[in-house]
Design a protein around this ligand. Sequence first.
Ligand code: FES
Length: 613
Amino acid sequence: MPIVKFVPQNKEIDVAAGTNLLKAADDAGLYIEGDCAGKGTCGKCRVKVIGGADEPPTTAESKLLSESELKAGWVLACQRNIEKDCTVEVPVQKDAHTRKTTLAGGVENLDVEPAVEKIAVKLNRPAVKDQTADLERLLAELEKGELHVKPRELAGFPSMLRKNSYSVTAAISGKRILSIEPGDTTEQLYGVAFDIGTTTIVGSLLDLKTASVIAVAAVTNPQNIYGADVISRITHASQAEDGLKQLQDKVIEAVNKIIHDLLRQTKIARDRIYEIIAVGNTTMSHLFMGIDPTYLAPAPFIPAYSKALEVEAAELGIRINPAGRVIFLPNIAGYVGSDTVGVILAAELDLPGDNCAAIDIGTNGELVLRANDKLMACSTAAGPAFEGAQIKQGMRAAAGAIETVSYINDGIELKMIDDAPACGICGSGLIDAASALLDAGLVEPSGRFVNPEENPDKIPAQFKDRLRRGNGGYEFVLVSGKESDTGEDIVISQGDLRELQLAKGAINAGLMILLKEADISENDLDRVLLAGAFGNYVRRESALGIGLLPQIPAEKIIAIGNAAGDGARMALASLTMRKRAFELSKTVKHMELSTRPDFQEFFVDALPFRKMQ
Ligand code: FES
């Protein structure tokens, strides 16, 4: 069996001859970026073979890698099968999670109202005159009426009781005893709220006695290996042998990794976590629970279930207290999931109030409108451009990503995350770049680069060398290879601008339909809330400049952070909030866009880079 050694991570793995290199890396626990599920079209899974393999480049590699990269040994991991021992250099992934973990909030000012209660008791010792069984003795002392307990919880109970002078603590959820613990453990009551994103999974550890967030951790959703978007994952779940199980295993593995990290940060004991509340899009909820998502993909996009599902942690293999409860909040429709329920809860859109739209921009754009105290929601396939995917040199918001691009003093100025050398462009940088190129007159409102051959006078002298012809049309060089971290020029291509137009067109069209249904115009909007990390970092002026957002005064556009995660944290900390989440999911009117003839009209109308009308 060939051995693959991965450096600098220093991991070695034996694989069967013919194993795909991307799979081998995944089996070795390494994350290699990729957006196309190994189809060889995104070019993101590049690794360098530094010993042991010398096959000629594949067609995809020849297309997506430069001469110099091929010469230096770069390959696309998904295009290579391992036939003999080799050493492979995997670029160290930059941390793209900081921005998602620093936004944890949502539980400030909540009443402390956890679903799990802990009661410490000291039982009377049994005697010949009082032969009451241990459990019944405990139940009588708890004074909670009939409570159920699984034999597993009773296994060590008798000796625990005696070793601890009859002092124990019961953790109770509803009518169930989840755990009986030695001594008084009432101070140790924890839960974790998860935001299961298609791209990133974020977990927040809450002290349920105080309703406070005490640690946050995040990982890239490892289902990524099966594709960057939900449709690829649904396809894998429904068509690959064991596909659904593979996807469920991946997300549970990620959840366990986050829990491990949270425990390491706080030094609390694993079995003192009694509850998990999760939110995510409808596909994520199906995959998390191991439920077939096949019929979400074709019209009429029917989920297997919508209501909140609750299971025992041990049943899913989630490593908290084995009797701990895991609750996925309810979905609204096939493409409007519990993450949107979380946004509505966090933004209090389920309460009467002003005319307000909330936009959660991710691979799917989820839109909510409260108008005249009625709630409507829709989902629109924005594509992964805002996550930096399907963009020539797109990347997630990690160190070195170009995040702001400004047209100032007749020049283009850039700012990279953490002021690190540029290595790509993230979603907010892409919007900025389009806006700056429009301002500089290098891009027409139609989204096309000005043709320097037809209109040489329109290209300012300082940009003449930077606007050039690339493989798929013109491209603008943001950073030259001499200054970039990668040694390659970092460009915005015509294709990138097209992807951005499609994404913004989809968001615009969705919002216009909601406004039309509510019989109001964008001028009637009192506020537009931007949810999610992307919404937090995108510059409002640039988003307005390319027409991504409704034309209302910039001060009415408000970033509300990771509202989906906030909603999960609120539902974990407070039973009242949880009930509200359950209720609101039934009252939101879902608008299905795919069947609306006017969607296409709005979409086409919204493609140009111009302010919304
Ligand atoms: S080219 Fe390999 S994952 Fe996309």
